[in-house]
Design a binder for this molecule. Structure first.
Ligand code: SAM
Length: 251
């Protein structure tokens, strides 16, 4: 089935769960457990996570699978038809980018990600049948180090939850500078309640971020503060009723 979660469950049990073994250490130290679980340096955790070609592909399958279920919900939560050039930062397998071009056929969507991810995306996920009329492009780079392409809308799906507040603001400032006047940024994230009392799934996701990344899940107000610190305004939150919600900020 295209909606199968087989790859996701396999990655959770064979990879992520090994980090959860060290949950106590993660809570005590406040950092991810890649070193203990896999014996690889966790200084740059994406380097650790992408420690072989096979691991890159497995992670991408994991990322891809949920958007077969609720990708359309997140790209239709706001009307994005006014944005011509869209850049999906950290676009991974291209699942969200595909949903964008299917929903907004006039849009030109660029998938921006690390070189090895873009390579795999082209090879395994975005398979051209030759008769598509959609505008889907690839750009490889490091969003912290390299210049960002000019666009009207930047999509950051499950990006900010990987990073500390400082790194999120650093990235959002770069996005704001590259963004065309009148453009914006769309965050796609699982949102905590304002008082952090739930939802339980998102609290668990936050622990998942602790054992694997530098980040955590946040409440709408926490995202609003990050966006405002980077110069975005007119910030709106749109819930989808599914796992992931959306926040739109304007330049
Ligand atoms: C948690 S995944 C989210 C993927 C995708 N947006 C989604 O929601 O399915 C984070 C993505 O950011 C990419 N990424 C991490 N660090 C990056 C960097 N420095 N520059 C560009 N992309 C990066 C990863 O390769 C990965 O595809």
């Amino acid at each position: 089935s295209p909606k199968s979660l087989f790859q996701s469950i396999q990655y959770n049990s064979q990879t992520i769960y090994l980090c959860w073994h060290n949950l106590t250490d993660a809570v005590r130290e406040g950092r991810n457990q890649y070193e203990r679980a896999f014996g690889v340096s966790s200084k740059d955790f994406f380097e650790a996570l992408y420690r072989s070609e096979e691991e890159v592909l497995k992670f991408m399958e994991l990322m891809n699978s949920v958007w077969n279920i609720c990708g359309r919900d997140v790209v239709t939560a706001f009307d994005l038809s006014t944005f011509e050039k869209i850049c999906d930062l950290g676009g991974c397998s291209g699942a969200i980018a595909k949903q964008c071009v299917l929903t907004y056929p006039e849009a030109m969507v660029t998938i921006f990600d690390l070189p090895k991810v873009v390579e795999m995306s082209k090879k395994h996920f975005i398979i051209s049948t030759g008769d598509e009329t959609f505008f889907l492009f690839f750009l490889l780079g490091d969003f912290f180090r390299d210049p960002l392409p000019v666009a009207d809308l930047y999509v950051l799906a499950r990006i900010l939850h990987d990073w500390t507040d400082e790194k999120c603001v650093e990235l959002l400032i770069k996005v704001n500078k590259a963004c065309q006047p009148g453009g914006g940024v769309l965050l796609i994230e699982a949102l905590l309640n304002e008082d952090k009392s739930g939802p339980l799934t998102v609290q668990l996701y936050s622990l998942n971020m602790l054992v694997q990344t530098e980040g955590r899940e946040r409440s709408p107000t926490e995202y609003l503060r990050l966006l405002e610190a980077a110069g975005f305004k007119d910030i709106q939150v749109q819930r989808t009723g599914k796992l992931y919600d959306t926040i739109l900020g304007r330049k």
